[in-house]
Structures are given as C-alpha cells and as structure tokens.
Design a protein around this ligand. Structure first.
Ligand code: ADP
Length: 507
C-alpha cells in the first residue's frame, strides 16, 4: 500500500464534515466547484471526501472523454487532472479544457513529475502539480492556493465591473490616457460631449478621437509635469455637439496619475457640463446690473437736489436740519457708490471689461493717483507719499482699469489708517513682473480675515472699522481686474501695525 493510499484510507474512515471557504474580502462564502478526472477509484474517493470536507462541491470523472463532456455541460472552478489515463491522455484533456474554459484552474496529478513534464503542462496552462503519492495536507494546500487565486481573480473582475458601470453611468465625461496618449478609458458621456460617434476609442491615439487642441494640449501639459510636482489643470471650453445647435460650456479638469516611483503613467481628464450654471450666473449678473443701473441715476439726482438745499439755495437751514441732511447725503453717497461698484463688477465678470491695452508708464499713472488723493489724506492728517522708483516702468494694460486698482488701494489705505500714520506708494520690478506697492501703518488685518477680504461684500467687522463706510466690493473689483490682466495680488498685514498690498502685473 502506498503512502497516498494509506493516508487516503485514514481519511476515508472520517465522516465528511462540510465547511465553507471564506473569502478574504467579505462575508459571503465561496464554494469552489471541483472536478476530479482520474481513472483510479481510490484517488477519486479520497479527493471527494477530503475536498467535500474542505467545503468544495466535488464531481468525479474516471476518464478524459467523460471529464471533457462534464466540463462542456457545466463550469468548474478547479479541475484535478491525472496525466496518465487510458484512452484520452491528460495532456489532451488539459488542452481541451483550456480551449473551452481558459479561466478554469487545472491542477495536474502525476506519478512521474519530471522537469520536462512540469514545463510542458505549465506551458499548456496548468496552475500547479500534485505528484503521486500525495498526502491529504498536500491536497489541502494546493486546493487552498488555487481557491485563493480564483478569489483574487474574482475580486479584480468584480472591481473592474463595478468601476466600468460607475464610469459609464456618470454624467461627467471621463477620458483616461496612458503616457503615450493612447486612450485607456473614454466613457459614453465624454464621447457624447465631443460629438464622437466612434464605438471603440480604447487603444487609439487621443488625437484620432479628440479634435479640440485645447483638450489635447492640457493632456500634454499634465503628462509633461515632472515628478515631485503635481498640479491640476483647469479650463473651460465651448462645444457645439453635431446633433444640436445649442452650444455647451464644459468645465475641464486634467491631472496626471503616477506609479509608486512617481513616474507619470498617464492622465485623467474629467469633463463637467456647466452650461446651466453659467446661464444662471449670467441671469443673476444681468439682474444685478439692471437694478444697479436703474437706481444709480435717481440716487445721483437726489444727491444734487440735497446739495442745492445744503448750499442754502432753497432757503436758510437750521443747524439740526443741516446735520440731518448731511447724514442722509452720506448714506445716499454710499448707496450710489454701491450701485456703481456693482455695475463695475458685473461688467468685469461678464467679460465686458475694457479690453483696450496700451503701454502704460506705471510710475506716472500711480503718481497722478497719489496726487489726486492727497487732499483726502491731508484732511485725515495721514501722510501719503509717492516714492519714485529708480527708472521708468511700463506695462501693457488698460489705463482705466489700472487707475481703478491703484485708486481703490490708496482709498482703502486712507480709510483704514488712523490720523498721524503714514502710507507709502511705489513700484518696482522682478524678473517676470512689474509690481505696484501700497503700504500703510494703519489698522492692519487679522490673519483669518486675509483670505476673505477679496470676496464680494466681505467687510472686516470690529470696533475700529465699525464707523468706516464701505461696500465690501472694492478689493473684489481690484482682484478681478488684476486677474483679467493675468496678474496676482497679495497682502501682508499685521493688526495694529499696517498692511502692504502688492499687485504683480506680468511684463
Ligand atoms: P470696503 O468697501 O469695505 O473697503 P474692500 O473690498 O475694499 O471693501 O475691502 C474689504 C475689507 O478689507 C475692508 O472692509 C477692510 O476691513 C479690509 N481692508 C482693505 N484694505 C485695508 C487696509 N489698507 N487696511 C486695513 N484693512 C483693509
């Protein structure tokens, strides 16, 4: 009696007690379907008993032809296949199984496991060997290894299916390319957005499918990002789908994805249809500018009439009446200021900003603004100083817009700087930029407020600013103008010590 038979005999006397194989990832149990193809009845019996105990669903075939027939009729996860059988050889059965069910895991049972044999069966797709005689422990181990392998494959397959369903049902378009710009994923929403009728974009070069250079340029830029540096690229594109006359505004985000060594593997581009949002925003802006426009002229005419009364042209006024009228005029001036700032802002945001650019002598322009505000500063006993730079600085920009930027910054500095303090204004240049500086020794801004002061309608509220009138729109306008000139603005400030605003305009 061989070892196998001895051990098999011992195993034969035990009562099969079924246990389900737990999968690693979740609680549902996986019961592999196993077919044993072997002409030796004893081996069949042992395998049946052992594998049933291990929680497998076991079927038996005593020759190759029968085994192949059973495989044709039903799917088996694992086949234990004897190589040496009368009639059809195990090697032919192996080829037959692989041709019908390539994913079936085949474990070859062989009595003469030579190296050549092993290589040949592996080449034909066998997963592992069991050389006769084998112990129950060896059988258990090889089955457990095969089950783990199947479970991993199933996990990968279900993850892939989940991802595919998710990406294909997204309303957002998704395009993924590899580092050679070949498409690895293009969901229906994306193909729809770019009006592509192609059925199979996968594997093709992105330039064959995507005809919008702005999109392909973004992918190029994402792929060109060097390791250690990551930035998301964004853009907005107007597309007109072939089947509709209505244009669509698409927000695009593109970023590279990398491997563990930080090498670029490809780029993911996400497309979001923002047409409705843009339309709503436009409606809102139109409404705000309409209201601002409608109230601006009546407010100015009320102010003029009040001035006539205040100047005494409509008769003498008591001190009390003058005081009340002055306070009312101040409030109406603030309202008129709000209306005109709202109009400015909506003009800038709807792209109607003055596009005419000229070569500006920046020093000259700033000096004029300082001169213009000198009286206001004197009235508050604030020392406003223009500090001429070493040489002339010029920049291509819109005169009215840059005057508005400088006047807003100086007017803010005067309003937020108490008496007997000072304001310095100057300009200089760095390699890429010409810079406008407005620095005061006034109230300063707390660190947590700095992030918000460029937001529309944001005003710092504390005991110092309570009595200073304002709309909270000045810096929002400044920022919009600076950005429309592709520049940046930043501020350094310390409460109680002052603020330093720097506008950088690209040369
Ligand atoms: P506002 O009409 O309130 O001045 P802005 O948008 O011009 O609106 O400014 C936003 C807020 O930023 C102001 O309410 C003020 O608190 C703060 N701020 C702006 N400039 C200065 C400055 N030079 N010093 C201190 N605080 C300032």
């Amino acid at each position: 009696m061989s070892d196998t038979e001895m051990e098999a005999g011992a195993a034969e006397n035990q009562q099969p007690e079924k246990k389900a194989m737990k999968t690693g990832t979740d609680t549902f149990s996986f019961q592999p379907r196993v077919l044993v193809v072997d002409d030796e009845e004893r081996i069949q019996k042992v395998c049946h008993r052992m594998l049933t105990q291990e929680g497998c669903d076991v079927a038996l075939a005593d020759n190759g032809i029968k085994g192949l027939k059973m495989i044709e009729d039903a799917h088996f996860d694992i086949v234990l296949l004897d190589l040496m059988m009368p009639g059809m050889s195990g090697m032919d059965v192996l080829t037959g199984i692989k041709a019908r069910h390539p994913d079936t895991v085949i474990i070859v049972i062989t009595g003469y496991a030579t190296l050549e044999h092993s290589i040949e069966t592996m080449k034909k797709g066998a997963f592992d060997f069991l050389s006769k005689p084998f112990s129950p422990q060896e059988l258990r181990m090889v089955i457990s290894k095969a089950t783990e392998f199947i479970r991993t494959l199933q996990d990968i397959a279900s993850e892939k299916t989940r991802m595919r369903v998710m990406v294909n049902t997204l309303r957002e378009g998704v395009l993924t390319t590899d580092h050679q710009k070949r498409i690895v994923l293009a969901n229906p929403a994306f193909l729809n957005m770019i009006g592509s009728k192609t059925r199979s974009a996968i594997g093709r070069h992105v330039n064959d499918i995507v005809k919008q250079p702005r999109i392909t340029d973004m992918i190029d830029q994402a792929l060109d990002q060097t390791s250690g540096y990551f930035s998301e690229l964004t853009d907005e594109l107007t597309l007109i789908p072939e089947d509709s006359k209505e244009e669509k505004i698409i927000g695009i985000r593109c970023f590279p994805f990398r491997d563990r060594l930080d090498r670029n593997l490809g780029a993911v581009t996400v497309f979001h249809d923002i047409t409705a949002l843009k339309k709503m925003d436009q409606l809102k802006s139109d409404f705000v500018s309409m209201v601002a426009h409608e109230i601006k002229s009546p407010l100015n005419s009320i102010l003029m009439q009040m001035k006539v009364i205040l100047d005494g042209l409509a008769g003498d006024l008591t001190e009390k009446q003058t005081e009340i009228l002055n306070r009312s005029a101040d409030k109406i001036t603030s309202l008129a200021q709000l209306a005109s700032e709202l109009l400015d802002l909506s003009k800038i945001e709807s792209g109607l900003i003055n596009q005419e650019r000229e070569l500006l002598d920046l020093g000259n322009l700033i000096e004029e603004q300082v001169y213009f505000f000198q009286d206001k500063a004197d009235a508050k006993t604030v020392q406003l100083t223009w500090k001429p730079g070493p040489k002339e600085l010029s920049v291509m920009a819109n005169r009215t817009n840059i005057e508005e930027v400088v006047s807003n910054l100086i007017s803010n500095a005067i309003r937020y700087t108490p008496a007997n303090q000072k304001i310095d204004v100057w300009c200089d240049q760095t390699d890429d930029c010409v810079n406008i500086h407005v620095s005061d020794t006034g109230l300063g801004i707390a660190e947590d407020e700095i992030d918000h002061i460029f937001d529309r309608f944001y005003r710092v509220k504390n005991e110092h600013t309570r009595f200073i009138n304002g709309t909270g729109l000045g810096l929002a306008i400044v920022k919009s103008i600076v950005e429309s000139h592709h520049g940046t603005i930043h501020v350094e400030s310390e409460p109680g010590h002052g603020s330093h605003f720097t506008v950088c305009l690209p040369k």
